[in-house]
Write a protein that binds this ligand. Sequence first.
Ligand code: SF4
Length: 346
Amino acid sequence: MPASMGNAIHNSFEEICKTEISQELAIGTGWFEKIVKSTLDKHWENERDLFMEAPRHPRWKSELYQKALDGLAGSLKILFEKTIGEIMELSKVEASDWAETQSYILANEATLTSNCDKLMGRLDLLISIKRSGKPEEWIVADLKTGKPPVTQLSPKVSRQLRFYRDILKENEPDHPVVTAEGWYSANQTIHTAEGPSVIEEALEAWERMTPTQEPLLATPTQEACSFCEWKSWCPSWWVAKMDGEIPQGGMFTDEVVNLVRLDPESGAALFQRAPPSGKNGELSQSSHRFGAILKDGALEQMKKIMDYIGDDPIFLGSARVSGKVLHLGDWSEILSWSPLLGSVSK
Ligand code: SF4
């Protein structure tokens, strides 16, 4: 849901920045506010459709619409503040204000590619500011719809922003001063990313991504594996979990199991845990059995794989724990357990 909300804000911001204001649009009071709202409405609906089409999704929180609208308004207010000066209410924006603001925009949702073609990034906004008596400045801005930093940018965000800054500087040798900023829509704060170039490190990372026949050494941790989407192909997290290196417990869990029985009508299932034997994905048997309630997409998926899985093991991902019973629904994964131990490419 946060990603959908962020997309709705980003896409609306991009579209509004590209909107040419005709005489017919800029009529009456509040015309800009109306454009902002109708643009967000459109993207909000698009995001909701995509969200609902996703095989695994929780509830769509329509109550977050107002937060998205406030976030979009906040982003636009930062843009005004940076270009023509502070605007307290979007309803007061005049056509000439918007035309002047747009004249500062050099690029909006643009792809930056390094000269060597190895590095690429998508910048949200590039504006050129030229104030009287001061040299021109380019601001590469990234809209942030998440939680604003308390004091300074996290190292990850700082690196991301400096990456845009540094590719831009490399591509445009005659650039003026370039500043990279994170614009946080939630509280309308601006955080500047400062520090040395990150290009060399980015190229080193690129080199390390060269595909290999053997997989990279797995380094399972709770933090890394919790949201990893490779678990049904990776034997290492299951070994780490059974060895206690990844702690058990919590609101959601993952399991590798054999299906003992399923009532396709009620979705009541009985599973038997299949603990690892060795490190390469082989499994053994256990007497540990537990019940689960499957519904919606999880029940459909289980019925589908039952046709061909036979006695083979199954990976259950993101099962909600409630006492001794697991609950699986649209948010869960049910896949065949298929450890992948080497490259499948010839
Ligand atoms: S599940 Fe496997 S691939 Fe994914 S983060 Fe954990 S160790 Fe790495």
